[in-house]
Design a protein around this ligand. Sequence first.
Ligand code: FCB
Length: 456
Amino acid sequence: MSFDFPEGFLLGSATSAYQIEGAVHSGGKQDSIWDVFCRVPGAIAGGEDGTLACDHYHRFAEDVQLISDLGMNTYRFSVCWPRVLDDGTILPAGMDFYSRLVDELLAHDVQPWLTLYHWDLPAVLPGGWKNRDTASRFVDYAMALHDRLGDRVRTWTTLNEPWCSSFLSYAAGVHAPGETDIADSIRAAHHLLLAHGRTIEALRAADPSATLGVTLNFTPALPASDRPADVDVARRVDGTNNRFFIEPVTTGHYPADVLDDLTEYWPADLVRDGDLASISSPIDVVGVNYYSTNVFRAGEVADVPTPHISAPDAVQVLRDLPVTDMGWEIDPGGLRDLLVRLHDTYTGPAGASLVVTENGAAMDDHADPDGFVEDTDRIDYLRSHLRAVRQAMDAGADVRGYLAWSLMDNFEWAMGYAKRFGLVRVDEELRRIPKASALWFARVARTGRVEDAASA
Ligand code: FCB
C-alpha cells in the first residue's frame, strides 16, 4: 500500500562535521578529540581518519546543490566546535564557513537543522566531558555560534547521541577519547546532559521563537525469554541505552532503577542543586535516531569493557532477521513501537514533538562501470522504516519529520570508510554519484508520498 506524509513534514538527510568536512586544520582549527583518537594505533579500522573525508569543507556548494536536486526540504548538519572557537577565541574562517553553508541552504529553500555537538570536542579542554566545566564552555560555544547564525538557523539541537559520547566513549573505549572507566562515563553523561539543559535555557532566553531540542539514540532492548534473569538484563540495558537520557530531559529525574543499578559507580556530588531543573527545561523537539532493536539474554559477564555499564552480563541474541552491513538487525516494527512509546511516555506529556533525525543502512554496495549503485536493499530499508513512521503517526505519535542517514558515504567513526550509509556514493575521486536510493528518496521528498514496492 502506498502512503503519504502531511504537508510540511520534514523530509531530508543528515550528516555530521567530522564525518564529511575534512580540512581538519584549516582556518586555525585545532584538534578535536576525534583527530587525536584517530592517531591511536588500532583505534580505527584500516587506520583511517577524517583528514580529507568527503572534503565537504571545500565542496559544500556542490553538496547543497545535490540536496536541492534530491528534493529534500531539510538538511541536518553539525558544527565542529574547534573549527569556530579556539580556547574561547572566535575563528573567523570557521564561522564564515558555516554562515556560507546556511546561506547556500536557504538560497535553495532547504531548512538548516543544526546540531551543536556531534562528538568533535576540542581536545584542549582538560578532562573532556569528565570535567563539569566543559558544560559551561559548551554554553559559551553555543551562544557564540548563535550570535552568528541565529538570525537564519531556526532549529537548534544540542547533542547528538550522548549515549555514544559517554558510555561508548568513556566506558567501552570504542569512541574518542577511548577511555574505560564506568564512573567517568557516568560523569560524562551527566555533564553532557547538563550542557544540553543549560544551553537550552540560554538559547530560549536569547531566541524565544527558535525550535530547540536534542537528538538521542534509542536501541530498544527486549528480553530473549520471560525468564526473570533475561527480563532483568533487558531492563538494565534499556535503562542505560534509552531511559538514562530521555527521562531526565523530559521529567527532571534519572530513572530510580538505573540509579540503583549503578550505586557502586555513581560519583558522589555529581548531581548538584539545580542540575535536573536545567536538564529538564522544556524543549520543542526530540530527535530520534533509530537503527535497530536488540534482544538480550543474561549470560557470562563480559571480560572486555562494555557500553552496557549496568549489564556486563548482557548477551545479544540474534533473531531470524536480515542484517545490514553493520550486522544490525533490520526491524522496522521496532521504530513504530519506539515512536509510540516515546510519545505516550515521555515527549507527549512533556509537550515536545518527535523527528526521526537518523535512520538508514550500511549496505554492501557495488558500483557498475559508471559508478552507479542499484541499492534496492537500501530502498527496502528506507521504505519499511518510513512505513513504520506513518504507522506510529496513525497510532497517535506526534512525528514531524524523517531525515535519512546519510546524505553521502562518509567516515563511519571506528569503522572507517568501509561502511557505506550514503544515499549518494562518494568515489575515490570524491565524485558524488546518487545511488538508486537517492533517486527513490527524492521522489518521496518531492511528493510526500511513498509508493508501494510493486508500483515504485
Ligand atoms: C549514529 C551516528 C552517526 C552515524 C550513524 C551510523 O550513531 O550519530 O554519526 O555514525 O550512527
